[in-house]
Write a protein that binds this ligand. Structure first.
Ligand SMILES: Nc1nc2c(c(=O)[nH]1)N[C@H]1C(S)=C(S)[C@@H](COP(=O)(O)OP(=O)(O)OC[C@H]3O[C@@H](n4cnc5c(=O)[nH]c(N)nc54)[C@H](O)[C@@H]3O)O[C@H]1N2
Ligand SMILES: Nc1nc2c(c(=O)[nH]1)N[C@H]1C(S)=C(S)[C@@H](COP(=O)(O)OP(=O)(O)OC[C@H]3O[C@@H](n4cnc5c(=O)[nH]c(N)nc54)[C@H](O)[C@@H]3O)O[C@H]1N2
Ligand code: SF4
Ligand SMILES: [Mo]
Length: 733
């Protein structure tokens, strides 16, 4: 592979077959879909891929309409450069654009050192891209300053799982186990809107006689399916889980045998839980004691049960301890490391799992190795052919990196994220980004962040290139190239190759995804997330492979004595946990308040999240007409009693004010939300941007910001103009 500029995407691989089996570009469910040339038109259309067992052909509206993203009408098809500060972004050729990026990054590096150059990645990038980005940062730029938007996503669950189990994989079992357990406690996940085809697993659970408990301050479309809905005050899940554990002990429901045989640290965790008696927990959470008892009974009476969390309990400044408390509940009742039982986290982005395993996270090397572990550095440095001492150490976490822009970090290469909309305290982040000496953005569209860049590099996307993603099940999947990218775009791998060459990296930077995957396999070999036994061919033949999957010598068909390949690991921890002594570790945790609690000036709580038809910062879905029609703008969900007190009617503008700013959006009045809480989705920029309000307080362990709780006041915004149209209230159960 040459180290010089690669040919444009689409000139290398052979013509694809008529219908190509691939996966959706959006969320972590990674639904299977087929793509084939659209009848009588340009482009491709989606066809059902019933054979992929996770979604059995079902897609949500985002997946179904995803081909619209491929249209040149909505995406970038040539590089853009800002030739003078304050001037406009103008079309440019690739040579000029790449030269400018190389120059911008190397000028900063020469003047201020390698750590003045930052890299920000995304959990939507394929494993190959995430791996290449991490390698590029550490070898070519020599910077420690790389992190990614997954820090905003499931980092608290990852930290808690690592702490308790010695290993972090979203779900330690396949989704297919969910309908076969006896009870699921679903905490802060609105999967009816965020992973609609996965709702089937919960409805089948109930058809099989299992029970569903949903914990969410709002009666969501998901909660409508629950046997029991607990609606705690935002930010109090930690107390709720401790209250349940207290009752487990008080009611004699501890699985002493399991605790003795498979765990350590129970006495301390037990003592911590005993300090959270039910009446105190009711005062903190607002959940009545009888409901708490009902939840405990449903969870413990079932022969097997699961706790699944998503962003509700995780995106808190105590998210790691909160997830830890739910894990403690599972451990004390013997509901972990056993068939059909366990704790799992529903990861979010298309490659939310793989994106955190292969080196774009500030503290990690490929294979989920730790950057501060000498043996891990040694192994990866050997694969990369460099001196382990030349690898930088751990860098700043995502928000801390964004906060350092324009100060310690003066040039940034950003790929696969739109923090101007999605980062907490977004007005501040926007100001930091604008103060950079140099910003380069690789994106498919001109996102709000790309619009601030000095150079925008238009890249190929999902259906235009091959790569792997790792779904919420820890299953490595193959997204296949189905169409040819427009001539003016390049793949992210080609961009990194061209920049590496310009920055003096002489050893090449592969642009062929399968070659990159081969290197990733070697780099991950022997690590916690071992991909070394996984090949593109196996993924295609087996419908995905669950990691860890170490290579078995001679099993790859490439000569040598024949041996059976490792089958992959759909279920973790059944024999032992991944800790040194094989025991799961209880971590004693105690409730603490949110970083910002209501006061006289800001008497309400704001929580934030998602709607069905928009994805994340909206950079992609706001460009798809059908989705935008279904969810055209922001809104503020509030209880009828609060609306009445404010004198606000449905659809009228309300202002939400926090210590960081003010956002205005139409009211959506619903009795499905707590009267002390308002909710805003975060998919829009401008006046209705929820992240103008959110608090960047970080979890001390995971460095996850507190997206789910901040103190606000809400005011009628009178007849002021409101961004976005009023949206009709949706039926609420
Ligand atoms: N349509 C759509 N689907 C998506 C995405 C998208 O943007 N749009 N994004 C993808 C990604 S990256 C992710 S991370 C997932 C996220 O998937 P989810 O976690 O399901 O999404 P959210 O809406 O952020 O939060 C879930 C629920 O948490 C509740 N909640 C708020 N505060 C609290 C609290 O303090 N405690 C508890 N228990 N619950 C609380 C909210 O009311 C909300 O209903 O979705 C993925 N799928
Ligand atoms: N208030 C609030 N804020 C939140 C959250 C919340 O619940 N509440 N949730 C947080 C969570 S969980 C997440 S995951 C973040 C997500 O927020 P962001 O990081 O902003 O995620 P996206 O909007 O998905 O941005 C991905 C960008 O990458 C581009 N892209 C797509 N494919 C490719 C590709 O192949 N290569 C490149 N280079 N670019 C590509 C897209 O066009 C888009 O601009 O938001 C966080 N922000
Ligand atoms: S649920 Fe997720 S993966 Fe499936 S079609 Fe919708 S966005 Fe795509
Ligand atoms: Mo996420």
């Amino acid at each position: 592979m040459s180290a010089t500029t690669a040919p444009p995407a689409g000139t290398t691989p052979p013509a694809p077959p008529a219908t190509v089996d691939t996966h959706c570009p959006y969320c972590a469910l990674q639904c299977g879909m087929g793509l084939r040339p659209a009848a009588g038109e340009e482009g491709v259309e989606v066809v059902e891929r019933a054979a992929f067992d996770v979604n059995r052909g079902a897609l949500c509206g985002k997946g179904r309409t995803a081909p619209a993203l491929l249209s040149s009408r909505v995406r970038l098809t040539e590089p853009l450069v800002r030739r003078r500060r304050g001037g406009p972004l103008e079309p440019a050729g690739w040579e000029e654009a790449l030269d400018r990026v190389a120059e911008g990054l190397s000028r900063t590096r020469a003047a201020h050192g390698p750590d003045a150059v930052g890299v920000f990645g995304g959990g939507g990038l394929t494993n190959e891209k995430a791996y290449a980005l991490g390698k590029f940062a550490r070898l070519v730029l020599g910077t420690s300053q790389i992190d990614y938007n997954g820090r905003f996503c499931m980092s608290s669950a990852a930290a808690a799982q690592g702490r308790a189990f010695g290993l972090d994989r979203g779900l330690p079992f396949p989704l297919a186990d969910v309908p076969r357990t006896g009870c699921v406690v679903l905490v802060g996940s609105n999967l009816a809107e965020t992973m609609p085809p996965a709702l089937r697993y919960l409805t089948e659970l109930r058809e099989n006689g299992g029970r569903l408990v949903v914990v969410d301050p709002r009666r969501t479309r998901t909660a409508d399916h629950a046997d029991l809905h607990l609606a705690p005050r935002p930010g109090t899940d930690l107390a709720l889980a401790l209250g349940m554990l207290h009752l487990v002990v008080a009611e004699g429901r501890v699985d002493e045998e399991f605790v003795a045989a498979r765990t350590s640290g129970w006495p301390e965790a037990r003592a911590a839980a005993m300090a959270h008696w039910p009446e105190l927990v009711e005062r903190i959470t607002g959940v009545p004691v009888p409901r708490l008892r009902e939840a405990v009974a449903m969870f413990c009476d079932a022969p097997a049960s699961m706790v699944l969390t998503a962003r509700g309990p995780e995106q808190q400044s105590k998210g790691t301890d909160t997830v830890g408390a739910w894990i403690n509940l599972c451990l004390a009742t013997g509901r972990a490391g056993r068939p059909l039982s366990g704790y799992g986290c529903l990861t979010g982005q298309g490659n939310g799992q793989g994106g955190r395993e292969h080196g774009q996270k500030a503290d990690q090397l490929p294979g989920y190795r730790r950057l501060d572990d000498p043996a891990a550095r040694e192994h990866v440095a050997r694969v990369w052919g460099v001196d382990p001492n030349s690898l930088p150490g751990p860098g700043r976490s995502a928000y801390e990196l964004l906060d350092a822009l324009g100060r310690d970090v003066r040039a940034l290469l950003l790929s696969g994220s739109n923090p101007v909309v999605s980062a907490p305290h977004a007005a501040h982040v926007e100001e930091r980004i604008a103060s950079l000496d140099f910003l380069a953005v690789c994106d498919v569209v001109l996102s709000e962040t790309a619009a601030l860049a000095d150079v925008v590099l238009p890249v190929a996307q999902w259906a235009e290139e091959t790569g792997t993603t790792t779904s919420l099940e820890g299953r490595v999947l193959l997204r296949r190239r189905a169409v040819t990218a427009p001539p003016g775009v390049r793949t992210d791998l080609e961009v990194l190759n061209a920049l590496a060459a310009r920055l003096g990296w002489r050893r090449g930077f592969p642009t062929d995804p399968e070659e990159v995957f081969g290197e990733l396999r070697r780099a991950s070999a022997g690590g916690p997330a071992d991909y070394s036994g996984i090949t593109y061919r196996r993924i295609a033949e087996e419908g995905g492979v669950f990691w860890p999957c170490p290579e078995v010598p001679g099993a790859d068909g490439a000569g040598g004595p024949s041996a059976d390949p490792h089958p992959g690991t759909p279920r973790l921890f059944l024999d032992r946990f991944a800790t040194g002594d094989g025991r799961a570790r209880f971590v004693p945790v105690a409730h603490r308040p949110a970083a910002e609690e209501p006061d006289a000036d800001h008497p309400l709580l704001l929580t934030t999240g998602r709607v069905l038809a928009q994805y994340q910062s909206g950079a992609q879905t706001r460009r798809v007409a059908e989705l935008n029609g279904a969810a055209p703008g922001p809104f503020v969900e509030l209880h009828p009693r609060l609306a009445e007190r404010l004198g606000v009617a449905e659809g009228e503008p309300v202002a939400v004010v926090s210590r960081r700013g003010r956002a205005v959006a139409p009211a959506r009045i619903t009795s499905g939300i707590r009267p002390d809480t308002v909710f805003m989705p975060f998919h829009w920029p401008g006046e209705g941007r929820a992240n103008t309000l959110t608090n960047p307080a970080l979890d001390p362990t995971s460095r996850m910001p507190e997206f789910k709780v901040c103190a606000v006041r809400v005011e009628a915004a009178g007849s002021e103009a409101v961004a976005g149209e009023a949206v009709p209230s949706r039926p609420h159960g």
